[in-house]
Each structure stands twice: as C-alpha cells, then as structure tokens.
Ligand binder design. Sequence first.
Ligand SMILES: Nc1nc2c(c(=O)[nH]1)N[C@H]1C(S)=C(S)[C@@H](COP(=O)(O)O)O[C@H]1N2
Ligand SMILES: [Mo]
Length: 336
Amino acid sequence: MRPNARRTNLGLAFVVPAALATGALAFATGSAWVRWIAVAHAVAASAIVVLSPWKTAIARRRVRRRRASSALAAVALGVSVVVTVVTGLLHSTGVLRTLGPASAMQLHVASALASVPLFLWHLVARPVRPRRTDVSRRAVLAGAAVGTASVASYGALTFLANELGLRGVERRATGSYEIASLDPGRLPVTQWLDDSPPPSGVQTLTVDSGGAVRRWSLAELSAFDDAVNAVLDCTGGWYSAQEWRGVRLSRLLSPDAEATSVLVRSQTGYTRRFPITDAPHLLLALRVGGRPLSVGHGAPMRIVAPGRRGFWWVKWVASIRTDDVPWWWQPPFPLS
Ligand SMILES: Nc1nc2c(c(=O)[nH]1)N[C@H]1C(S)=C(S)[C@@H](COP(=O)(O)O)O[C@H]1N2
Ligand SMILES: [Mo]
C-alpha cells in the first residue's frame, strides 16, 4: 500500500506524545487510575507499532530522494523509539527483565527520555502542518482503523501472555513485579538518580512546624510504635510489601492552621513535599520487619508513603517542615 505520508506523520505526532505523557503520568499516579493509565500507555505504544510499517516506507523514500538533511537525528529518533518499544515489551511481558547492569524498565525510561529532544527536533526540522483536508471522512476512518488495530493488538498480546503463562501477567496495576515481600533482607536498595547513603546517619530529627522548632532524639522517636503494612513500588519496575514501624508524621507536627504542605528533607538534600492532609498516613519509619533500618534502606529513618511510588519514600530523613507552599510546587519527579 502506498503510504499516506501526511496522515502517518500526523498520527505519530499524536501517539508518540500520548505514549510519553501516559508513561510519565503512570509514574506520578498513586490512585486506582494507574491501571487505566497503564492500559492507555500500552495502546499508545501499539499505535506506534501499527504505524511503523508506513513510517518505515516514508523514511525509505526520504533516503532514496537524498533528502537526508538532519538524517542523523532522524535515525537516532527511530532507534530510540524502537529501543523504547522493545524494552517496554520485554518488561511488560516479563520475557527479559534485565539486560546486563540495567533493567528493561530503566532502559525503557532512558531511551524514552532520549527520544524527547530528538522528537521535538524532528517536528521542527520536518514539520507536519495540519490542513483542513486532514479532517476528511477518509482520514477519520483511517484514524479509527489505527485506533482499533492498536486496541486489538494490545488485547491480543494480553491474551497471548495469559495463554503462554508469561510472567508479565503477574504484575501489579502499576506494571511492577513483586520481590522480597515480608523479607526485608532481600529488599533491593535503590536510589532515584545520583543520591548515595551518607557515611553516618543523623542523631536527631528537626521538626519546624506551627512556628516552633523541635529536635527529636532517636531515643524519643524509637518510643513510638506505629505500624504500617505498605508496598514500596519503585518506578524501576518492582514492588515489595513490608511491615514498617515508627511514628506517624502527624504526631510530630504542631497544629498550624496556615500549613498546606509538609516538606521532608534528607540528610543528603533529597526532598519531597506532601499535602498536609497526608500527614496522618505518612509514617516516619525506623524499623522494617522488626529490625532497625539498614543504611541502604534509609537508616536511621525514612518516609513510608502508602499509595505513592518509591521516589516519595525519602530515606535518611533529617528534617521536616510545614508551611503554606502548595505541595505541587516542586518538580513532578526529583532532580537528584
Ligand atoms: N534520600 C533519598 N531517598 C530516596 C531515594 C533517593 O535517591 N534519595 N530514592 C527513592 C526511590 S526512587 C526508591 S524506589 C526508594 C527505594 O528504597 P529502598 O532502597 O529502601 O528499596 O527510596 C526512595 N528514597
Ligand atoms: Mo525508585
């Protein structure tokens, strides 16, 4: 079939950002919505695959006509998209979850991030300007056909994974695989980007709330014994259920009518800001599975944030502050 270059390119200009957006949203979402966001992510990825034969034909023609300016960036974009789709498939089916030192999920995210500037550059270098005729009857039908084929291939893959008993079907709604639940000795130690365990832990926790600063010693904090069973779900693609013990954050805060958020800072400078309404549900954990936290897992204390992805579970907590800054006034994902 002779490719309709305009429609194929317009389709990709829509589904590639959709795949990126749903992927980022899946990491940011803690509620039950994450299941549907993950499904939308898979369908957007299927659409990229469905459109790829046409896009390949377009690229071939381009090369043949020697209109190969900015070809290197275009090829790099193609490679990054292929790697992203393949690693996404490897992770989600469970066929191959580690590739050398990295997990399929880590490579998936890294190549997706690499594709963002390349994609933007491609749009600038080879713009597709929508025309009126793009919303013709035929175009709408073509769009519907691609949509149907994408949903169908996602459904077929899910069916096949079930039939073949692939490990991918055991995943949680977030897409993560279970590991080391109730066995904290085997819990993986991981950092978001480049943080690392401090050589020695803090001896006190500084709490700045309601206009007063109070320092809590570890002995004082250890006297609390609030227990929370919660799932640590790392965006690296695994989750683990553990029994955490420590003190509910709300117990440490002074009443403050103005406060809208609580800022948690680690000894290493890693921070996350939570809505103040979360304070009763957040645990400052000193123990896991009945034992003090190890250094890797955040000794002497860390945040346990049920329902939030791993990057919210600040380790090596040194200080907590309440103020009236809105909780969303921070990068959606940590930068360190
Ligand atoms: N200070 C600090 N806390 C952190 C991180 C970090 O890089 N620095 N990484 C987070 C991420 S991404 C995850 S998944 C969990 C991992 O916790 P674990 O090492 O105990 O499994 O810690 C979170 N807390
Ligand atoms: Mo993580």
